[in-house]
Each structure stands twice: as structure tokens, then as C-alpha cells.
Design a protein around this ligand. Structure first.
Ligand code: A3P
Length: 346
């Protein structure tokens, strides 16, 4: 963790956030940003933001103010257990899906995947597998996770190099899901325009694309976020399992088994024979999850998103329906420049 981050956190020192153009911000967690954090933000490079007026560069990644404050609390206070499981990703890479699959795998003895009231049918995966950096805690606090049963499951979009030492040093495991940046961008653009507050301007595909390609994206640049986990997965394969959305779509059964083995809870022959894996795949299928989200409209995800916002098309290669040739060429060039030589390709 960065030295300056430690000194930034002082309990009981919150004031209402007062960023330019942000006076109308009605989100409770924004109001919890402390004076020290605001001062710290002033010391960081900033760029035009997506959901907020600005995003700030901290440890090589762009954050909105509330996420940065939450991250710093989490870096300082989170105590990992060896049994913890972290689902990491860039936003819009299939996080919700992987959270659901992992929840179904590790809890299969408590909740049979064919159970009509399986938690995944009545809650959103983000409620069952909470994010570290999206919470409304006061500064210098992290949420009370004592109600989570072991193994605890968490989600994060934070890059590998910014995870707290307790995660790095413990034996807890990380599963990272990445997605072809072309589809990742399209998914993000749709999501952004869907959930952007009614009075805020929508972003054109071209404008959003320019920013994404230049690295100005939420929790990006995408290449920094992806490459950190990719390299870590190569160096410590027992610690980090690196998955691609496209592979998971292509052969869900194979990767479900891979995840279960990685987590030391492989499917036994009886389970395989009873079709447990197939039932899990069905439980977490795009169709089923979208249907459940429609049925559970009232469930708010992270207190502001609608459950159904997390399900759009769930396909590989949708970028062809939105990219013009120059966009394809430009982003492919960026991918080659940034990921070339790493061994990772799409
Ligand atoms: P699209 O916008 O391309 O449809 P995240 O969960 O990281 O926010 O990613 C969202 C993307 O994953 C969206 O992609 C969403 O539709 C897709 N998705 C959500 N649930 C899925 C599932 N069960 N199977 C496949 N894709 C899923």
C-alpha cells in the first residue's frame, strides 16, 4: 500500500463532498468522503470522469472518489482469511456470472443447484458476493463481513498490485475474469448510458471509445488491470486463476470443473453422474439469471443499480454490431501495443 494512503485516513472526519459540478450529488456514500481524502485527491492526476465529474489516478489506475476512499480503507483494514476467495475483474467482463458460478460451486452442499429457492434465484450475485470498493462505509472503516460464512467470497475491480498485503500474503485465492476489450468496451458503453443519472448527458460511442482506448476508463487502463493478474496467474497459478469470458462461454463445463479444482472442491463422480454441473450451468445461465433479475426487480444492487442492469446480451463478439472499421483498427492496435509479448491474446 502507498505510504501516503495510510496517513490519509482519520476517523470521524467526514464532510459533505464539494467537487465542482457535484453539489447535486445525492449518493450517500459520496457524502462520506472525508476532508483528508479530498485533500489527497487534489494531489493526484485527474481526468474527466464517467459517473462523476472526475476520476483520479492512484497506483496507476483511475478511480472515482468514493471508490478510492473505500479502497484505501480496504487496503488498510482488510484481514484476509486463508479460505477467502476473491473474484477479480474489470467492470463488464462477466463478473456477475463468475460470482454466481463460484457461489454455486462452493455452496453446493448447502444449496443444491436445483433448489427452487436457491439464493441465486432471489438475490443478485453482487449481494451474495460483495465488492470491496463499492460500499457506503465511513472513512477508515470497512463493512462488517461477519455475516459471511466461510469460505467468504468477495469481488473486486481493483488491480492486483493494489490488493492489501493480507490478500497477497495469505493463502486465499483469486479468480480473475477478463474479456476481449472490444466487447468489454461495448458492454461498458451500454451499461454507462443505461444507468447514467437522468439529467446527465449520455456519451456517444465515439467519445466513450476515445477515452477507453486512451486508458481513461473506470478502474482502467484496461491493459494495466488485466496484465497484472495475467502475470500473477503465470507466476503463482495456485494463487491466481486467470479466465477469459470467451473461454467460459465456449466450454462452461470444462471451466466450471477447473474452478472447482482450483478451489480444492472438485466435483466427485456422484455429482458428475447426477448432473450437478449441468444444473449449476443452467442456474447461472444468462437466460436464467436475467429472468430472475426481472422477477426480483426490487432488489437493488449496491443500493443504486437495478438487478436487471447487469444482463444485456451475454454474447461473444457483439462489438461487430457497433464498431466501425477505424475503431476496430485503433483498439486492435492499442491491444497489440499494450498486451503484445505478454502471451495474452483475444
Ligand atoms: P453484455 O453487455 O455484453 O451483454 P459484469 O458482470 O462484469 O458487469 O459484466 C456484464 C456482462 O456480462 C454483460 O455483457 C452481461 O450481459 C454479461 N453477463 C451477465 N450474466 C451473464 C451470464 N450468466 N452469462 C453470460 N454473460 C453474462
Amino acid at each position: 500500500m502507498a505510504e501516503n494512503a495510510t496517513s490519509l485516513l482519520f476517523p470521524g472526519n467526514q464532510t459533505n463532498v464539494g467537487f465542482e459540478n457535484e453539489a447535486a450529488c445525492d449518493e450517500a456514500h459520496e457524502k462520506l468522503i472525508c476532508q483528508e481524502c479530498k485533500e489527497f485527491l487534489l494531489s493526484l492526476p485527474r481526468e474527466k470522469g464517467w459517473f462523476k465529474p472526475y476520476i483520479y489516478l492512484y497506483q496507476h489506475i483511475w478511480y472515482a472518489p468514493a471508490q478510492l476512499q473505500a479502497l484505501i480503507s480496504f487496503q488498510k483494514h482488510f484481514q484476509a482469511k486463508d479460505s477467502d476467495i476473491i473474484i477479480a475483474s474489470l467492470p463488464k467482463s462477466g463478473t456477475t456470472w463468475l460470482k454466481a458460478l463460484t457461489f454455486a460451486i462452493v455452496n453446493r452442499n448447502r444449496f443444491s443447484p436445483s433448489k427452487h429457492n436457491h439464493p441465486l434465484l432471489i438475490s443478485n450475485a453482487h449481494e451474495l458476493v460483495p465488492f470491496f470498493e463499492f460500499h457506503d462505509c465511513k472513512t477508515n472503516q470497512i463493512p462488517d463481513f461477519s455475516n459471511l460464512s466461510d469460505p467468504r467470497l468477495f469481488g473486486t475491480h481493483v488491480p492486483c498490485h493494489s490488493l492489501p498485503d493480507s490478500i497477497t500474503m495469505s493463502r486465499c485465492r483469486i479468480i480473475y475474469i477478463c474479456r476481449n476489450p472490444l466487447d468489454n468496451f461495448v458492454s461498458f458503453w451500454f451499461f454507462y448510458n443505461k444507468i447514467v443519472p437522468p439529467l446527465s448527458p449520455k456519451l456517444s460511442l465515439e467519445e466513450a471509445f476515445e477515452r477507453y482506448s486512451e486508458g481513461n476508463s473506470v478502474l482502467g487502463p484496461f491493459w494495466t488491470n488485466i496484465l497484472g493478474y495475467w502475470r500473477q496467474g503465470k507466476e503463482t497459478p495456485n494463487k491466481v486463476l486467470f479466465l477469459k469470458y470467451e473461454d467460459l462461454k465456449g466450454d462452461t463445463k470444462f471451466y466450471l470443473k477447473r474452478v472447482a479444482e482450483f478451489l480444492d472442491c472438485p466435483f466427485n463422480l456422484a455429482e458428475e453422474g447426477n448432473g450437478v454441473i449441468e444444473k449449476m450451468i443452467e442456474l447461472c445461465s444468462f437466460r436464467k439469471m436475467k429472468e430472475s433479475a426481472e422477477l426480483n426487480k426490487k432488489v437493488k444492487v449496491m443500493q443504486k443499480y437495478e438487478n436487471k442492469d447487469f444482463f444485456r446480451k451475454g454474447e461473444v463478439g457483439d462489438w461487430v454490431n457497433h464498431f466501425s472499421p477505424w475503431m476496430k483498427e485503433k483498439l486492435s492496435k492499442v491491444i497489440e501495443e499494450k498486451l503484445g509479448g505478454s502471451g495474452l491474446s483475444f
